[in-house]
Design a protein around this ligand. Structure first.
Ligand SMILES: Cc1cc2nc3c(=O)[nH]c(=O)nc-3n(C[C@H](O)[C@H](O)[C@H](O)COP(=O)(O)O)c2cc1C
Length: 320
């Protein structure tokens, strides 16, 4: 199995289904000026058979310079997941991540995602079956528990014992969904329980939080999720802040519109229909407004736009 190098820089763009498609990941990485250490696809659900090579390559998109690229799988059948690892081994992915955190009821009640946190024998079996055949390192991403955090150390140990090369720990429980604050003491407990590198995750909302999470938990690297949806410059800001101690200058509305235009154009170049591109830029607009980078005045008209032309006509609209 190939070794997995430490993340340099120690930052990770979180996988987010419906958000971090290959275009989004690529754009965030490109404008980060070396501020992203790793990125990962949204989860690929594996049920009856391994995903086809073509599908995997589509999810991965091109190699990202200087960034470890992972393919995330979600499933609960060790032999099918092991066969999937062999297929992924033929690609340019750097690692395969396993999703043991998804809280969605339709996933949970089918015994996948966070449901594995209460079936640790199966969780271990999945990881070790994959490790046995995979040319690529296997990593795991967990929530800190389902209803309580009593087993966070035990879960982390079982992941390590099964042969995973790295562990991502989301400081929230399944029942906490995405509520704030995420409990970083759980990340620290996982760090203390294992010797594989731990990626801390949950509730990072500004660049300074990255250093704070490392200091408070001892985690090797930090994963950023929703803050990067509304602010695709998050990692670039963090890098500047790390290098110069400069407080980040907020991106302007013009930069946001340019980003949205480029996003829509690139998704369509990749084969997406305009309606799909419209849905994606609406999602980004909403997140940018929530992040405070764009004015609320665009919310109503933007989210009701029927076409990309209508949507981008707003970029010329005067402020109220
Ligand atoms: C819309 C959305 C989709 C997500 N999809 C995935 C996914 O595909 N795989 C995964 O491991 N986590 C997924 N997550 C969880 C994030 O990776 C991350 O753990 C979570 O958002 C907490 O980090 P944050 O507080 O920085 O956002 C998703 C989260 C959101 C909000």
């Amino acid at each position: 199995m190939k070794p997995l190098a430490p993340l340099n820089p120690p930052t990770f763009l979180a996988p987010m289904e419906g958000v971090t498609d290959r275009t989004f990941r690529h754009m965030v990485v490109e404008q980060s000026n070396g501020g992203v250490g790793a990125a990962c696809t949204e989860f690929l659900r594996v049920s009856d058979c391994p995903p086809k090579l073509e599908r995997i390559l589509k999810e991965l998109g091109p190699k990202l310079d200087g960034v470890q690229l992972g393919l995330q799988l979600m499933g609960n059948n060790p032999s099918i997941l092991a066969a999937s690892a062999e297929v992924i081994g033929e690609t340019h992915a750097d690692f395969i991540d396993l999703n043991f955190g998804c809280p969605a009821p339709k996933v949970f009640w089918h015994g996948a995602g966070s449901a594995l946190l209460e079936n640790l024998d199966l969780l271990e079996d999945i990881i070790s079956s994959m490790v046995a055949v995979s040319p690529l390192p296997i990593t795991a991403k967990i929530r800190s528990g389902i209803n309580n955090d009593q087993q966070v150390e035990e879960i982390a140990k079982r992941v390590e014992q099964a042969g995973a090369a790295r562990l991502g720990v989301h400081g929230r429980l399944r029942i906490e969904k995405y509520s704030d604050p995420a409990d970083w003491t759980r990340i620290r407990r996982a760090v203390n329980a294992v010797s594989i590198p731990v990626i801390g995750n949950g509730g990072v909302s500004c660049p300074a939080d990255i250093r704070r999470m490392q200091d408070e938990t001892g985690c090797a690297s930090v994963m950023v999720g929703r803050a990067a949806i509304g602010n695709p410059w998050f990692f670039a800001q963090w890098k500047k802040w790390e290098e110069n101690g400069q407080a980040p200058t907020p991106p302007t509305e013009e930069m946001c519109w340019e980003w949205l235009k480029s996003y829509a154009a690139t998704i369509q170049d990749g084969g997406a229909i305009p309606r799909h591109a419209l849905g994606k830029v609406k999602q980004s607009l909403k997140a940018m407004i929530e992040e405070g980078l764009m004015s609320r005045q665009h919310r109503f008209a933007g989210l009701r736009s029927q076409s990309l032309d209508d949507f981008f006509a707003l970029s010329g609209a005067k402020k109220a």
